[in-house]
Design a binder for this molecule. Structure first.
Ligand SMILES: NC(=O)c1ccc[n+]([C@@H]2O[C@H](COP(=O)([O-])OP(=O)(O)OC[C@H]3O[C@@H](n4cnc5c(N)ncnc54)[C@H](OP(=O)(O)O)[C@@H]3O)[C@@H](O)[C@H]2O)c1
Length: 254
């Protein structure tokens, strides 16, 4: 029988490592993808050692079209039971002051890779009548954000894309879930260039717990943590322009 795999993108650090660890605990063989090859190898060695599963690494830059296409082609020809589209990053700053290559990477990775990799694994999942696609969005998906306009727009895309796909696949045996974490203790903020914002952070393992509970319940999306759920709910009632303008202040104060 063909080996079945779980695939986790962005599994060299943060949430991706926690997703890979949980899937390995469940006995899944893993394909780990990210750019930092050495870190990926360290994560893989640890998972093989602790969980006795097969773990392969793919050092790929999913913001680059050739890498993304080659990886999607590989996944099309692989039996994937779970895809965690987790790789992503955020730019912080006024659009006019950000580098064009960075925002192009942000859109290509946060939205493009999520879409193309889901497209690559879906035919196999639909044919087998089982599988799961977990797309990591953010609470930033619920409102536009000044100084994180590109990031919040890409995450709104991930949320809408996932819920549309969830509905499209109803009754197919394939589950789709958008996960919306709030601030979580990873290198995300340091990488975004502002580690001082949003200091009340949850742990990656909590986000993973929330994810698998929601997947079990066949939900289309889930917000991690009671406080984040309350904030995401409250933004529904604020005028969009007001919510977008106060977002940076909210991020500094909380
Ligand atoms: N932490 C938070 O507060 C938070 C909140 C809401 C949503 N999220 C979302 O959670 C996801 C995971 O982020 P994190 O918090 O775990 O941050 P992180 O520790 O910075 O992890 C990001 C992962 O994405 C990978 N990545 C970045 N650029 C890539 C590229 N071009 N190609 C392939 N892989 C790439 C990184 O690996 P390499 O650098 O090795 O490529 C890393 O493994 C992201 O989608 C993020 O938007 C995070």
């Amino acid at each position: 029988m063909q080996t079945e795999w779980a695939v986790v993108t962005g599994s060299s650090s943060g949430l991706g490592v926690a997703y890979a660890d949980r899937l390995a605990q469940q006995g899944a063989n893993l394909i780990l993808a990210a750019r930092r090859a050495e870190l990926l190898e360290e994560v893989a060695a640890d998972l093989r050692h602790r969980h006795g599963v097969r773990v392969e690494t793919r050092p790929v830059d999913l913001a680059l079209e050739p890498d993304r296409t080659a990886f999607a082609d590989e996944l099309s020809a692989t039996s994937v039971h779970t895809l965690v589209n987790n790789a992503g990053f955020g730019t912080v700053g006024k659009l006019a002051e950000l580098r064009r290559d960075r925002i192009a990477e942000e859109v290509a990775l946060n939205a493009g890779a999520v879409t193309e990799l889901a497209h690559a694994v879906l035919p196999g999942m639909v044919a087998r009548r089982r599988g799961a696609i977990i797309n990591v969005a953010s609470t930033a998906a619920f409102q536009a954000m000044s100084t994180m306009a590109v990031y919040s727009a890409t995450k709104a895309y991930v949320l809408q894309f996932s819920v549309g796909l969830w509905a499209e696949l109803h009754g197919s045996g394939v589950r789709v879930l958008a996960v919306c974490p709030g601030p979580t203790a990873t290198r995300f903020f340091a990488y975004a260039g502002d580690d001082a914002m949003l200091k009340q952070r949850r742990q990656p393992e909590q986000v993973v717990d929330t994810t698998f509970r929601a997947l079990e319940a066949h939900k289309p999306f889930v917000v991690d943590g009671a406080r984040n759920r309350a904030v995401a709910f409250a933004t529904r009632f604020a005028p969009r322009g007001v919510a977008a303008r106060i977002a940076p202040t909210f991020m500094k104060l909380t």
